[in-house]
Design a protein around this ligand. Structure first.
Ligand code: SF4
Ligand code: SF4
Length: 495
């Protein structure tokens, strides 16, 4: 087994934060009600169920054959209580509220089999589609059934990663220990059969790469895997950085691996493909890490998709008033802030709870402050291994740039954020900002995090890019042509 050492330009290693999830796994008791997000209202596709209908666990309750999407299943046996509109980052969606009855029986995905090697690729792709697992990963799993913006023949590489780049990361031992590694590698073989022109890569950090040997011992002889040991630095997990490290390919900012023929998945995603194809289990559950100092215990929990944050966090928080808590999914720096009434969606792997600290320097954008961590050696926590605290307060105000250069040092895109942001701040945007590489910025927010003067650099750059495109200094077609991007202009966007 050969292991390649992956490099990252810039980046930052988050260490010793309070609230790390332990490898303990518990199964959540069935909540009384589930809130299942389905498709966008403006697609015109309505849920397949109505209020009062009885549904079975695993029954398809929403699907859209005309655009890029995957079916949505009822995560429980029960009754549809209501169907309501809800705002989401992608627009208004329909949410199906289902009251649950306590039964474990579920509707299996038709056609599942342990003898999947005998199935044609189309039959395998249909299993992935029908199970809903085609929607996993950063751009979906390509099948003939419009689960992604590209088709399986266009996929050149599959990358599965556990890069440990975030402040809080899921514990992959939960998926790979005991029988897990064999299921994972069989899941990889299934994916490799579907995308039979693709090479398979596994990227793991300095902390997790001990699993390489376990995987290599269980993988089928027919499947060649390239192993890549990566630095556990943020933002190694972002599509463009990962693809650069593993494949030395460039993806312009704002585009995904899928637009370059690269399918990017997590360990849990691959295990869920195995469960769908071999065991007939639709995508109705996730294992989610409960992270951050506001949970009274940090561990992993298996829950139904559609579980509300309020049900999930009941009795597990150290603060009583929900106004004092901010919930963020997956990433402290780029994750989505969700409220108490939101539900856990299929792409959630980590739920972070932070104290909402108010004061005159309350955050004015959606990223948290870190109480004692610092890129400089300002705090003792840098040299003594105390656990670092974290809340939503920046602990300081925006000042003038101190020319410390920290933002340049960490920027994974190799640009000069401190030179670029004043073009936006002073409203002097023109092609000079393009020449200085503003479009290489991948919106990772790391420059903002390390900035000594607490300048929201990344926000300025994001705004600048939007304005430059609006004022046609740059056209989207230029990126598509020069980077040879694929899967563009497909109805429905990425999954
Ligand atoms: S300039 Fe962009 S890519 Fe560089 S650190 Fe800031 S947000 Fe990340
Ligand atoms: S990190 Fe902030 S203060 Fe330091 S050079 Fe960059 S913009 Fe200026």
């Amino acid at each position: 087994m050969k292991v390649l050492n992956g490099k990252i330009s810039g980046g930052y290693k988050f260490k010793q934060f309070k609230g790390q999830p332990s490898p303990k796994l518990s199964v959540m008791e069935l909540p009384k009600n589930l809130f299942v997000p389905t498709g966008k209202i403006d697609s015109g596709i309505k849920p397949l169920v109505r209020s009062g209908d009885t549904v079975t666990m695993g029954q398809i309750i929403w699907k859209d054959d005309s655009s890029i999407s995957s079916p949505v299943h009822s995560p429980v046996n029960g009754t549809v209580e209501s169907i309501k509109k809800q705002d989401s980052p992608n627009g208004q969606i329909s949410v199906v509220k289902i009251s649950s009855t306590n039964s474990d029986k579920f509707e299996k995905v038709p056609g599942f089999t342990t003898e999947w090697k005998k199935l044609s690729n189309k039959e395998l792709e249909q299993l992935v589609y029908l199970s809903g697992t085609g929607s996993l990963g950063s751009g979906g799993i390509p099948t003939e059934f419009k689960t992604s913006v590209i088709n399986p023949l266009e996929v050149e590489h599959i990358i599965v990663h556990a890069t440990d780049a975030e402040v809080y990361n899921p514990d992959i031992s939960l998926f790979l220990k005991d029988e897990g590694a064999a299921k994972f590698t069989e899941g990889l073989s299934i994916l490799s059969k579907i995308m039979d022109k693709a090479s398979v890569h596994i990227a793991m950090s300095e902390n997790t790469n001990t699993w390489f040997q376990v995987i290599d011992n269980t993988v089928s002889d027919n499947l060649a895997i390239s192993y890549h040991k990566t630095k556990s630095k943020y933002p190694q997990n972002h599509d463009s950085v990962l693809v650069k490290t593993v494949l030395n390919l460039d993806i312009p900012a704002g585009y995904k691996g899928i637009n370059k023929g690269v399918v990017i998945l997590g360990i849990q995603d691959v295990c869920q493909v195995y469960e769908a194809v071999v065991e007939g289990k639709p995508l109705i559950e996730r294992i989610v890490a409960l992270a951050g100092p506001v949970f009274n215990d940090n561990f992993h929990i298996k829950l139904k998709i559609g579980t509300s944050v309020s049900d999930l966090s009941a009795g597990k928080l150290v603060l009583e008033d929900k106004e004092d808590i901010r919930f963020i999914t997956n990433s402290i720096l780029t994750g989505e802030t969700i409220n108490y009434d939101s539900c856990i969606e299929k792409n959630c792997e980590v739920l972070i709870a932070l104290e909402e600290k108010r004061g005159q320097d309350l955050l004015f954008f959606a990223k948290p402050g870190f109480k004692k961590d610092s890129y400089s050696n300002t705090f003792l926590a840098k040299i003594i291994p105390f656990k670092k605290d974290i809340n939503t307060n920046l602990n300081g105000e925006h000042r003038a740039c101190l020319s410390c250069g920290f933002c340049q040092n960490v920027c994974p895109a190799g640009i000069l954020p401190n030179v670029l942001f004043p073009y936006v701040e002073r409203d002097r945007l023109d092609e000079t900002a393009v020449q200085y590489g503003i479009f290489k910025c991948i919106d990772c927010n790391l420059c903002t995090y390390v900035c000594t003067a607490k300048i929201p650099i990344a926000e300025y750059l994001k705004e600048g890019k939007k304005k430059l495109i609006k004022d046609t200094y740059v056209k989207e077609e230029d990126f598509i042509t020069s980077y040879k991007l694929i899967g563009m202009n497909v109805e429905g966007g990425t999954n």
